[in-house]
Design a protein around this ligand. Sequence first.
Ligand SMILES: NC(=O)c1ccc[n+]([C@@H]2O[C@H](COP(=O)([O-])OP(=O)(O)OC[C@H]3O[C@@H](n4cnc5c(N)ncnc54)[C@H](OP(=O)(O)O)[C@@H]3O)[C@@H](O)[C@H]2O)c1
Length: 338
Amino acid sequence: MKYAKGVSTPQNYLAAVLENAGNDLKIIEKEIPSLNKGEVLIQLHAAPLNPSDLAMLDGVYPHKKTYPFVPGLEGSGTVVASGGGFMANYMLGKRVACSANDTGDGTWAQYMKVKAGNCIPLNKDLNLDQAASAIVNPLTAVALVEIVKAKKEIGFVNTAAAGALGKMLIKLAKQEGLTCINIVRRKEQVQELQKQGAAIVLNSSEEDFYSQLKETYKKTNVKVILDAIGGEISNTLLTPAPEDATLICYASLTREMMQINPVPILRFGKTIEGFHLAYWTKRQSMVKLLRTVKKAQRLIANDILSTPVQKKVDLNEINGAIKLYKENMTAGKVLIAF
Ligand SMILES: NC(=O)c1ccc[n+]([C@@H]2O[C@H](COP(=O)([O-])OP(=O)(O)OC[C@H]3O[C@@H](n4cnc5c(N)ncnc54)[C@H](OP(=O)(O)O)[C@@H]3O)[C@@H](O)[C@H]2O)c1
Protein backbone atom coordinates (compact mmCIF):
# COMPACT_ATOMS: atom_id res chain seq x y z
CA MET A 1 0.00 0.00 0.00
CA LYS A 2 1.49 3.32 -1.08
CA TYR A 3 0.48 6.51 0.79
CA ALA A 4 0.14 10.06 -0.53
CA LYS A 5 3.02 12.34 0.50
CA GLY A 6 2.93 13.27 4.19
CA VAL A 7 -0.19 11.15 4.86
CA SER A 8 -0.67 8.46 7.42
CA THR A 9 -4.01 6.85 8.20
CA PRO A 10 -5.39 5.83 11.59
CA GLN A 11 -5.94 2.12 12.30
CA ASN A 12 -9.69 2.56 12.67
CA TYR A 13 -12.34 4.90 11.28
CA LEU A 14 -16.02 5.66 11.86
CA ALA A 15 -18.70 4.40 9.49
CA ALA A 16 -22.51 4.31 9.35
CA VAL A 17 -23.60 0.71 8.93
CA LEU A 18 -26.90 -0.75 7.75
CA GLU A 19 -27.42 -4.14 9.38
CA ASN A 20 -30.71 -4.88 7.64
CA ALA A 21 -33.18 -3.17 5.31
CA GLY A 22 -35.38 -0.65 7.14
CA ASN A 23 -33.13 -0.45 10.24
CA ASP A 24 -31.64 2.74 11.67
CA LEU A 25 -27.95 3.09 10.86
CA LYS A 26 -25.34 2.31 13.54
CA ILE A 27 -22.09 4.23 13.84
CA ILE A 28 -19.29 1.74 14.35
CA GLU A 29 -15.49 1.63 14.18
CA LYS A 30 -14.02 -0.28 11.25
CA GLU A 31 -10.41 -1.19 10.50
CA ILE A 32 -8.71 0.55 7.58
CA PRO A 33 -8.82 -2.13 4.86
CA SER A 34 -5.85 -3.38 2.84
CA LEU A 35 -5.88 -2.52 -0.87
CA ASN A 36 -5.52 -4.68 -3.95
CA LYS A 37 -3.88 -3.51 -7.18
CA GLY A 38 -6.13 -0.98 -8.90
CA GLU A 39 -7.82 0.12 -5.66
CA VAL A 40 -7.47 3.36 -3.71
CA LEU A 41 -8.37 4.52 -0.22
CA ILE A 42 -10.30 7.79 -0.06
CA GLN A 43 -10.50 9.98 3.02
CA LEU A 44 -14.04 11.23 2.56
CA HIS A 45 -14.97 14.87 2.95
CA ALA A 46 -18.75 14.77 2.40
CA ALA A 47 -21.53 12.64 0.92
CA PRO A 48 -25.12 13.50 0.02
CA LEU A 49 -28.38 11.66 0.61
CA ASN A 50 -30.03 10.81 -2.70
CA PRO A 51 -33.37 9.09 -3.46
CA SER A 52 -31.48 5.96 -4.54
CA ASP A 53 -29.83 5.86 -1.09
CA LEU A 54 -33.28 5.93 0.53
CA ALA A 55 -34.35 3.03 -1.70
CA MET A 56 -31.16 1.17 -0.71
CA LEU A 57 -31.88 1.75 3.01
CA ASP A 58 -35.38 0.31 2.53
CA GLY A 59 -34.03 -2.69 0.61
CA VAL A 60 -35.85 -1.82 -2.63
CA TYR A 61 -32.82 -0.67 -4.69
CA PRO A 62 -31.40 -3.49 -6.84
CA HIS A 63 -27.88 -4.02 -5.46
CA LYS A 64 -25.30 -6.74 -4.95
CA LYS A 65 -24.26 -5.77 -1.41
CA THR A 66 -24.47 -8.11 1.54
CA TYR A 67 -25.56 -6.95 4.99
CA PRO A 68 -24.13 -5.35 7.02
CA PHE A 69 -22.69 -2.66 4.75
CA VAL A 70 -21.96 1.05 4.68
CA PRO A 71 -24.52 2.79 2.40
CA GLY A 72 -23.83 5.89 0.31
CA LEU A 73 -23.57 5.91 -3.47
CA GLU A 74 -21.44 9.01 -4.05
CA GLY A 75 -19.22 11.50 -2.25
CA SER A 76 -16.04 13.53 -2.35
CA GLY A 77 -12.65 13.34 -0.69
CA THR A 78 -8.92 12.92 -1.12
CA VAL A 79 -7.14 9.77 -2.29
CA VAL A 80 -4.74 8.96 0.54
CA ALA A 81 -3.46 5.52 -0.48
CA SER A 82 -3.04 3.34 -3.57
CA GLY A 83 -2.90 -0.42 -3.93
CA GLY A 84 -0.67 0.01 -7.00
CA GLY A 85 -1.24 0.03 -10.73
CA PHE A 86 -1.14 2.99 -13.12
CA MET A 87 -4.62 4.39 -12.48
CA ALA A 88 -4.55 4.00 -8.67
CA ASN A 89 -1.08 5.58 -8.43
CA TYR A 90 -2.23 8.43 -10.70
CA MET A 91 -5.07 9.21 -8.27
CA LEU A 92 -2.76 9.37 -5.23
CA GLY A 93 -3.10 12.72 -3.40
CA LYS A 94 -5.86 13.96 -5.74
CA ARG A 95 -9.13 15.56 -4.64
CA VAL A 96 -11.87 13.45 -6.20
CA ALA A 97 -15.57 12.92 -6.64
CA CYS A 98 -16.26 9.21 -6.17
CA SER A 99 -18.92 6.56 -6.43
CA ALA A 100 -19.11 3.38 -4.37
CA ASN A 101 -18.25 -0.07 -5.75
CA ASP A 102 -21.19 -2.37 -6.68
CA THR A 103 -20.26 -4.57 -3.75
CA GLY A 104 -18.84 -3.62 -0.34
CA ASP A 105 -18.94 -0.38 1.58
CA GLY A 106 -20.10 3.02 0.35
CA THR A 107 -19.45 6.67 1.11
CA TRP A 108 -21.11 7.22 4.51
CA ALA A 109 -17.85 6.75 6.39
CA GLN A 110 -14.59 8.55 7.08
CA TYR A 111 -12.74 6.28 4.62
CA MET A 112 -13.77 4.13 1.63
CA LYS A 113 -11.85 1.58 -0.42
CA VAL A 114 -12.84 1.73 -4.07
CA LYS A 115 -11.64 0.91 -7.61
CA ALA A 116 -9.53 3.77 -8.94
CA GLY A 117 -11.91 3.95 -11.92
CA ASN A 118 -14.69 5.10 -9.56
CA CYS A 119 -12.79 8.34 -8.86
CA ILE A 120 -12.97 11.53 -10.89
CA PRO A 121 -10.18 14.05 -10.23
CA LEU A 122 -11.57 17.53 -9.61
CA ASN A 123 -10.94 20.78 -11.41
CA LYS A 124 -9.32 23.44 -9.21
CA ASP A 125 -12.48 25.56 -9.19
CA LEU A 126 -14.68 22.86 -7.61
CA ASN A 127 -14.79 22.70 -3.83
CA LEU A 128 -15.28 19.39 -2.01
CA ASP A 129 -18.84 20.23 -0.88
CA GLN A 130 -19.95 20.79 -4.48
CA ALA A 131 -17.99 17.72 -5.56
CA ALA A 132 -19.91 15.47 -3.14
CA SER A 133 -22.81 15.60 -5.63
CA ALA A 134 -20.73 15.85 -8.80
CA ILE A 135 -21.49 12.42 -10.27
CA VAL A 136 -25.07 11.10 -10.00
CA ASN A 137 -27.16 14.13 -10.98
CA PRO A 138 -24.75 16.26 -13.10
CA LEU A 139 -23.73 13.33 -15.34
CA THR A 140 -27.37 12.24 -15.60
CA ALA A 141 -28.45 15.75 -16.60
CA VAL A 142 -25.78 15.91 -19.32
CA ALA A 143 -26.61 12.39 -20.55
CA LEU A 144 -30.39 12.92 -20.65
CA VAL A 145 -30.05 16.18 -22.57
CA GLU A 146 -27.72 14.43 -25.03
CA ILE A 147 -30.28 11.66 -25.48
CA VAL A 148 -33.01 14.22 -26.26
CA LYS A 149 -30.71 15.99 -28.73
CA ALA A 150 -29.67 12.69 -30.36
CA LYS A 151 -33.36 12.05 -31.06
CA LYS A 152 -33.39 15.48 -32.79
CA GLU A 153 -36.24 16.56 -30.52
CA ILE A 154 -36.99 20.15 -29.49
CA GLY A 155 -37.35 19.48 -25.77
CA PHE A 156 -38.68 17.26 -23.03
CA VAL A 157 -41.16 16.90 -20.19
CA ASN A 158 -39.48 16.30 -16.83
CA THR A 159 -41.06 15.00 -13.64
CA ALA A 160 -40.07 15.51 -9.96
CA ALA A 161 -38.85 18.76 -11.49
CA ALA A 162 -38.39 20.68 -8.21
CA GLY A 163 -35.65 18.27 -7.08
CA ALA A 164 -31.91 18.82 -7.55
CA LEU A 165 -31.80 17.04 -10.92
CA GLY A 166 -34.93 18.86 -12.12
CA LYS A 167 -33.36 22.24 -11.33
CA MET A 168 -30.23 21.22 -13.25
CA LEU A 169 -32.29 20.14 -16.25
CA ILE A 170 -34.15 23.47 -16.32
CA LYS A 171 -30.89 25.43 -16.53
CA LEU A 172 -29.20 23.02 -18.94
CA ALA A 173 -32.22 22.95 -21.29
CA LYS A 174 -32.18 26.76 -21.37
CA GLN A 175 -28.49 26.76 -22.24
CA GLU A 176 -29.02 24.16 -24.99
CA GLY A 177 -32.10 25.92 -26.42
CA LEU A 178 -34.47 23.07 -25.54
CA THR A 179 -38.07 23.42 -24.31
CA CYS A 180 -38.45 22.07 -20.77
CA ILE A 181 -41.94 21.24 -19.46
CA ASN A 182 -41.71 20.78 -15.70
CA ILE A 183 -44.08 18.59 -13.70
CA VAL A 184 -44.23 19.05 -9.92
CA ARG A 185 -46.76 17.93 -7.31
CA ARG A 186 -47.17 20.97 -5.01
CA LYS A 187 -48.20 24.61 -5.50
CA GLU A 188 -45.09 25.93 -3.68
CA GLN A 189 -42.93 23.99 -6.12
CA VAL A 190 -44.64 25.71 -9.08
CA GLN A 191 -43.86 29.10 -7.53
CA GLU A 192 -40.27 28.14 -6.71
CA LEU A 193 -39.50 26.98 -10.25
CA GLN A 194 -41.19 30.00 -11.83
CA LYS A 195 -39.06 32.26 -9.61
CA GLN A 196 -36.00 30.42 -10.92
CA GLY A 197 -37.02 31.18 -14.50
CA ALA A 198 -38.80 27.98 -15.58
CA ALA A 199 -41.18 28.91 -18.40
CA ILE A 200 -43.62 25.96 -18.16
CA VAL A 201 -44.50 24.36 -14.82
CA LEU A 202 -47.53 22.11 -14.32
CA ASN A 203 -48.84 20.78 -11.01
CA SER A 204 -49.90 17.13 -11.22
CA SER A 205 -52.11 17.59 -8.11
CA GLU A 206 -54.43 20.02 -9.89
CA GLU A 207 -57.77 18.63 -11.05
CA ASP A 208 -57.34 19.71 -14.66
CA PHE A 209 -53.70 18.55 -14.89
CA TYR A 210 -54.47 16.15 -17.75
CA SER A 211 -56.10 18.80 -19.93
CA GLN A 212 -53.33 21.32 -19.11
CA LEU A 213 -50.74 18.77 -20.16
CA LYS A 214 -52.62 17.87 -23.34
CA GLU A 215 -52.82 21.54 -24.27
CA THR A 216 -49.10 22.00 -23.55
CA TYR A 217 -48.21 19.05 -25.81
CA LYS A 218 -50.35 20.58 -28.56
CA LYS A 219 -48.66 23.97 -28.25
CA THR A 220 -45.08 22.71 -28.00
CA ASN A 221 -45.05 19.35 -29.83
CA VAL A 222 -42.57 18.04 -27.23
CA LYS A 223 -42.19 14.28 -27.67
CA VAL A 224 -39.77 13.11 -24.96
CA ILE A 225 -40.97 12.46 -21.41
CA LEU A 226 -38.45 11.94 -18.61
CA ASP A 227 -40.37 9.94 -16.00
CA ALA A 228 -38.90 9.66 -12.48
CA ILE A 229 -42.20 8.77 -10.84
CA GLY A 230 -43.81 5.63 -12.29
CA GLY A 231 -47.13 4.21 -11.12
CA GLU A 232 -50.29 5.77 -12.57
CA ILE A 233 -48.72 9.03 -13.73
CA SER A 234 -46.66 7.31 -16.44
CA ASN A 235 -49.88 6.65 -18.35
CA THR A 236 -51.15 10.20 -17.72
CA LEU A 237 -47.91 11.53 -19.20
CA LEU A 238 -47.76 9.27 -22.26
CA THR A 239 -51.42 9.08 -23.36
CA PRO A 240 -51.92 12.75 -24.37
CA ALA A 241 -48.39 13.07 -25.83
CA PRO A 242 -47.99 13.52 -29.60
CA GLU A 243 -47.63 10.49 -31.90
CA ASP A 244 -44.20 8.78 -31.76
CA ALA A 245 -43.48 10.21 -28.30
CA THR A 246 -40.98 8.36 -26.07
CA LEU A 247 -41.28 7.99 -22.32
CA ILE A 248 -37.86 7.49 -20.71
CA CYS A 249 -38.24 5.90 -17.28
CA TYR A 250 -35.25 6.97 -15.14
CA ALA A 251 -36.56 6.36 -11.62
CA SER A 252 -39.55 5.07 -9.69
CA LEU A 253 -40.20 7.51 -6.87
CA THR A 254 -43.66 5.99 -6.21
CA ARG A 255 -41.98 2.54 -6.03
CA GLU A 256 -45.09 1.30 -7.85
CA MET A 257 -45.51 -0.70 -11.07
CA MET A 258 -45.64 1.61 -14.06
CA GLN A 259 -49.17 1.55 -15.50
CA ILE A 260 -49.34 1.97 -19.25
CA ASN A 261 -52.37 1.75 -21.53
CA PRO A 262 -51.25 -0.32 -24.57
CA VAL A 263 -53.26 1.75 -27.09
CA PRO A 264 -50.84 4.71 -27.40
CA ILE A 265 -48.04 2.19 -28.01
CA LEU A 266 -49.70 -0.11 -30.53
CA ARG A 267 -51.76 2.55 -32.30
CA PHE A 268 -49.69 5.76 -32.15
CA GLY A 269 -46.06 4.63 -32.29
CA LYS A 270 -45.23 5.67 -28.74
CA THR A 271 -42.34 3.92 -27.02
CA ILE A 272 -40.89 3.36 -23.56
CA GLU A 273 -37.18 3.39 -22.83
CA GLY A 274 -35.12 3.31 -19.66
CA PHE A 275 -32.13 5.27 -18.40
CA HIS A 276 -29.73 4.40 -15.60
CA LEU A 277 -26.46 6.27 -15.24
CA ALA A 278 -24.36 3.19 -14.39
CA TYR A 279 -25.77 1.28 -17.39
CA TRP A 280 -25.31 4.31 -19.68
CA THR A 281 -21.73 4.87 -18.46
CA LYS A 282 -20.69 1.28 -19.23
CA ARG A 283 -21.79 1.75 -22.84
CA GLN A 284 -19.85 4.96 -23.56
CA SER A 285 -16.31 5.15 -24.95
CA MET A 286 -13.57 6.45 -22.63
CA VAL A 287 -13.26 9.60 -24.75
CA LYS A 288 -17.00 10.28 -24.56
CA LEU A 289 -16.99 9.71 -20.79
CA LEU A 290 -14.06 12.04 -20.21
CA ARG A 291 -15.79 14.69 -22.31
CA THR A 292 -19.01 14.27 -20.30
CA VAL A 293 -17.17 14.49 -16.97
CA LYS A 294 -15.29 17.62 -18.09
CA LYS A 295 -18.49 19.25 -19.31
CA ALA A 296 -20.31 18.41 -16.06
CA GLN A 297 -17.51 19.88 -13.90
CA ARG A 298 -17.47 23.08 -15.96
CA LEU A 299 -21.25 23.37 -15.61
CA ILE A 300 -21.16 22.73 -11.85
CA ALA A 301 -18.65 25.56 -11.46
CA ASN A 302 -20.90 27.80 -13.64
CA ASP A 303 -23.83 27.05 -11.32
CA ILE A 304 -25.84 25.31 -14.08
CA LEU A 305 -25.36 21.86 -12.56
CA SER A 306 -24.82 22.98 -8.96
CA THR A 307 -26.63 21.17 -6.15
CA PRO A 308 -28.75 22.98 -3.55
CA VAL A 309 -27.88 21.89 0.00
CA GLN A 310 -30.36 22.38 2.87
CA LYS A 311 -28.09 21.22 5.71
CA LYS A 312 -24.67 19.77 6.45
CA VAL A 313 -24.54 17.35 9.39
CA ASP A 314 -21.97 15.22 11.22
CA LEU A 315 -21.85 11.47 10.60
CA ASN A 316 -23.27 10.76 14.07
CA GLU A 317 -26.42 12.73 13.18
CA ILE A 318 -27.13 10.53 10.17
CA ASN A 319 -30.47 9.01 11.25
CA GLY A 320 -31.91 12.48 11.92
CA ALA A 321 -30.50 13.66 8.58
CA ILE A 322 -32.31 10.88 6.71
CA LYS A 323 -35.59 11.88 8.40
CA LEU A 324 -35.04 15.56 7.58
CA TYR A 325 -34.30 14.81 3.90
CA LYS A 326 -37.33 12.48 3.54
CA GLU A 327 -39.62 15.17 4.97
CA ASN A 328 -38.64 17.79 2.38
CA MET A 329 -36.56 16.59 -0.53
CA THR A 330 -37.29 19.76 -2.49
CA ALA A 331 -35.45 21.89 0.11
CA GLY A 332 -32.11 20.48 -1.10
CA LYS A 333 -29.63 17.75 -0.31
CA VAL A 334 -28.51 16.94 3.20
CA LEU A 335 -24.72 16.54 3.20
CA ILE A 336 -22.96 14.29 5.66
CA ALA A 337 -19.59 15.70 6.68
CA PHE A 338 -16.80 13.50 8.00
N1 LIG B 1 -31.57 6.79 -13.56
C1 LIG B 1 -30.52 7.41 -13.07
O1 LIG B 1 -29.38 7.07 -13.38
C2 LIG B 1 -30.73 8.56 -12.13
C3 LIG B 1 -29.69 9.44 -11.87
C4 LIG B 1 -29.92 10.53 -11.04
C5 LIG B 1 -31.16 10.70 -10.43
N2 LIG B 1 -32.14 9.79 -10.67
C6 LIG B 1 -33.46 9.91 -10.05
O2 LIG B 1 -33.98 11.21 -10.30
C7 LIG B 1 -34.92 11.51 -9.29
C8 LIG B 1 -34.66 12.92 -8.76
O3 LIG B 1 -33.41 12.90 -8.05
P1 LIG B 1 -32.96 14.19 -7.23
O4 LIG B 1 -31.60 13.98 -6.75
O5 LIG B 1 -33.31 15.41 -8.01
O6 LIG B 1 -33.94 14.10 -5.98
P2 LIG B 1 -34.22 15.21 -4.86
O7 LIG B 1 -33.37 16.39 -5.04
O8 LIG B 1 -34.21 14.50 -3.57
O9 LIG B 1 -35.71 15.64 -5.18
C9 LIG B 1 -36.73 14.68 -5.29
C10 LIG B 1 -37.95 15.39 -5.84
O10 LIG B 1 -38.93 14.40 -6.15
C11 LIG B 1 -40.16 14.75 -5.56
N3 LIG B 1 -40.85 13.51 -5.22
C12 LIG B 1 -40.52 12.59 -4.27
N4 LIG B 1 -41.38 11.56 -4.29
C13 LIG B 1 -42.28 11.84 -5.26
C14 LIG B 1 -43.43 11.17 -5.76
N5 LIG B 1 -43.83 9.99 -5.25
N6 LIG B 1 -44.15 11.77 -6.74
C15 LIG B 1 -43.77 12.95 -7.26
N7 LIG B 1 -42.68 13.64 -6.84
C16 LIG B 1 -41.95 13.08 -5.85
C17 LIG B 1 -39.80 15.57 -4.34
O11 LIG B 1 -40.87 16.43 -4.01
P3 LIG B 1 -41.43 16.57 -2.51
O12 LIG B 1 -40.54 17.58 -1.84
O13 LIG B 1 -42.81 17.03 -2.76
O14 LIG B 1 -41.32 15.21 -1.89
C18 LIG B 1 -38.58 16.35 -4.84
O15 LIG B 1 -38.96 17.54 -5.50
C19 LIG B 1 -34.78 10.45 -8.22
O16 LIG B 1 -35.81 9.50 -8.33
C20 LIG B 1 -33.44 9.81 -8.54
O17 LIG B 1 -33.35 8.47 -8.12
C21 LIG B 1 -31.96 8.73 -11.50
